[in-house]
Write a protein that binds this ligand. Structure first.
Ligand code: CNA
Length: 329
């Protein structure tokens, strides 16, 4: 951690990229995918009829087209809840990096938009997998609001369903079919245009911070390979992921390379024995310690105060829609 603090304090790093994932929002009450017992994939194992399925199948386009119920079940678990989730210390740390003029971009795999609620500017944020709003009907192509879908699936949210065949699916208000899907990126779909900024951003980046992700989802998990080779990377996560391996692995790799005509093995990204560092443990505690060590405490408290009234963008959409409905009645 002190190494990261020194880099930031030195003022020589001005183009930091933060690459983030679901672990950043767990403290806000949104489960991640792969954490044992609390993760959404673990919940899937307790679901009648689905326990034997591969965890990613819920987010596959082919599954959704065949049967959207597993998705709307997991959506009910992930979102929304009675009290809207609040940004975490991590999200405020991100905004503080921006306010100190050293954040080039945050590439997030999260779809919860908590970065915006914590005051991060729109142009600093790349939502690689989209956000939950709006939705589109895959059958007639019309736009449908997220509030419409959330109202339609209230029964899924109200009770703890463990049989996906009992799940309610929103019907398209235009064509009455049941393939209304939030504009989040499923496996097999294109990523948003903003994602492709990576080809400008990563070569400019002078320090990479990777947080709360298992780095298993392509193509986002391969973004670090576009960095210049000497750029230091920090992984702040519960466990080490994508480690290049120790000296023994290097020797083995060189033997392997000799037989594979020097093709590079990209499965490992972080070189913790050399230029990269791992900061293990709880992300929120680590971000708080970083804020303390950087002497940003007052700014952190002021930022929390400043954004206290910020409403989640989806909360506003939903309350506006409910108001309109009342007036129409
Ligand atoms: P993942 O595979 O579930 O990995 C999460 C990682 O975070 C794991 O390595 C955990 O150990 C780690 N982690 C969890 N809690 C903490 C903590 N408190 N401190 C430190 N580390 C922690 O999730 P990924 O983001 O890697 O996978 C990408 C998927 C997840 C994207 O497609 C997202 O859309 C999707 N997702 C997003 C959300 C959200 O928007 N909040 C929630 C669930 C899933």
């Amino acid at each position: 951690m002190d190494r990261l603090v020194d880099f930031i304090k030195s003022g020589e790093k001005k183009n930091i990229i933060v690459l983030s994932g679901a672990g950043c929002s767990v403290a806000a009450g949104i489960p991640d995918f792969r954490s044992p017992s609390i993760g959404l994939y673990a919940s899937l194992q307790s679901m009648k009829h689905l326990e034997m399925r591969s965890p990613t199948f819920v987010f596959e386009m082919s599954t959704f087209k065949k049967d959207p119920r597993p998705f709307w079940w997991i959506f009910g678990r992930l979102w929304p809840r009675a009290d809207w989730p609040k940004p975490t210390t991590y999200h405020y740390f991100l905004t503080l990096l921006e306010r100190h003029g050293i954040l080039l971009r945050n590439y997030t795999q999260n779809i919860d938009d908590l970065e915006s609620v914590a005051g991060l500017s729109h142009d600093k944020l790349v939502n690689c997998h989209g956000v939950l709003s709006p939705c589109h009907c895959l059958d007639c192509g019309k736009e449908v609001t997220i509030s419409y879908c959330i109202n339609a699936i209230q029964p899924n949210i109200a009770q703890d369903i463990n049989d996906y065949t009992k799940v309610v699916v929103p019907k398209c208000p235009f064509c009455q079919k049941d393939h209304v899907k939030p504009d989040v990126v499923f496996f097999g779909e294109h990523l948003p245009e903003s994602y492709f900024n990576y080809s400008n951003d990563f070569p400019k980046c002078d320090l990479l911070i990777v947080c709360g992700t298992s780095l298993q989802v392509e193509p986002v998990c391969s973004l670090p390979q576009y960095l210049n080779p000497d750029v230091p990377c920090f992984l702040i996560n519960k466990e080490k992921v994508k480690e290049k391996g120790g000296k023994a692995k290097k020797i083995w790799d060189s033997v392997k390379n000799a037989f594979t005509f020097g093709m590079v093995d990209y499965t490992g990204i972080f070189d913790f024995e050399d230029k990269d560092s791992f900061i293990g443990g709880d992300l929120q505690e680590n971000c708080l310690e970083l804020i303390n060590k950087l002497g940003w405490n007052d700014e952190f408290e002021a930022l929390k105060e400043e954004t206290k009234q910020s409403e989640h963008p989806l909360a506003k959409l939903i309350s506006d829609a409910n108001e309109n409905e009342k007036h129409e009645k």
